[in-house]
Write a protein that binds this ligand. Sequence first.
Ligand SMILES: Nc1nc2c(ncn2[C@@H]2O[C@H](COP(=O)(O)OP(=O)(O)OP(=O)(O)O)[C@@H](O)[C@H]2O)c(=O)[nH]1
Ligand SMILES: [Mg+2]
Length: 284
Amino acid sequence: MFLGLPNSGKSSFIGAFWHVVETGEIDAHYKVTTQPSDREYLNALRASFLNCQAPERTKTDFVKNIELSILDKTSKEEIELVFPDLSGETFSSQFAYRKITDDYIDQIQNCNGIMLFINPDFVKKANLIADSFLMFGSEELSNNVEESASSLVPWDVKMSQTQVVIVDVLQMIFKYITKPCKISIVVSAWDLIKNMPLAENIQTPAEWLSRELPLLKQYLDANNASFKYNVFGVSAQGGSYKEDENDIISKLQELVKQSERICVQHESEITNDITIPIKWLING
Ligand SMILES: Nc1nc2c(ncn2[C@@H]2O[C@H](COP(=O)(O)OP(=O)(O)OP(=O)(O)O)[C@@H](O)[C@H]2O)c(=O)[nH]1
Ligand SMILES: [Mg+2]
């Protein structure tokens, strides 16, 4: 199951993953031996990857089931991957409205692995009490309490921190899980973290999780007996596509093997193999 709030990088991952396993350009763990009958959606996501364009936001009423048969090059085992590319809104509405559909419960009951996506660029962070003015929509810190009180806006569920929403979504689905289940956490847009000044002192994806989303990390650690987890940093794009960084796009497109612009970090090891988070989910 691919799980992640809006803009968490699910569709970008799928486009890059499909490119890697279909072309066999780099020495990845998996390759596609039998072409899936429905490739239209996969090819559209891959075209976004190759053209350095962010994929369209996945629509709420659009549920595209992806069915892929991939070969583990080491064990020669054929593996069936089946998961829908759901819109991130599916998960945020689950949090906001406290409802899940029967279809979704079915998927959870059949699920034997979770890919949880988090995009650092779209994380709503925890606020310190001292930062509460920012949380209430005022950009400026003010010592004048009366003035600040007049600018307070009523709390809305959309203001909830990312880690609170994710923990709640996991809590809701775990009661329906019937098979042993591991969670592969994908910190997407990892290029943004890697390009941060060293002063930030974040060396690994697990350190990023621990520092930026401590509630989620504590929840995962506390439930480690029920589900194992691992954290991967993944740059499916290889860099930012934002307009003012056009020189990055031409550099990315100059590469003969486009799979080489992907970057995957686990602990301190860095490779281009985007299949690693799935490989860990399947057989460690
Ligand atoms: N810098 C950078 N940005 C990325 C990367 N991968 C995805 N993004 C950006 O993250 C945003 C969301 O990516 P999507 O793949 O559409 O995310 P999603 O989880 O499918 O989003 P929904 O369909 O809304 O649920 C887009 O603006 C992407 O350009 C990456 O490797 N690096
Ligand atoms: Mg999407």
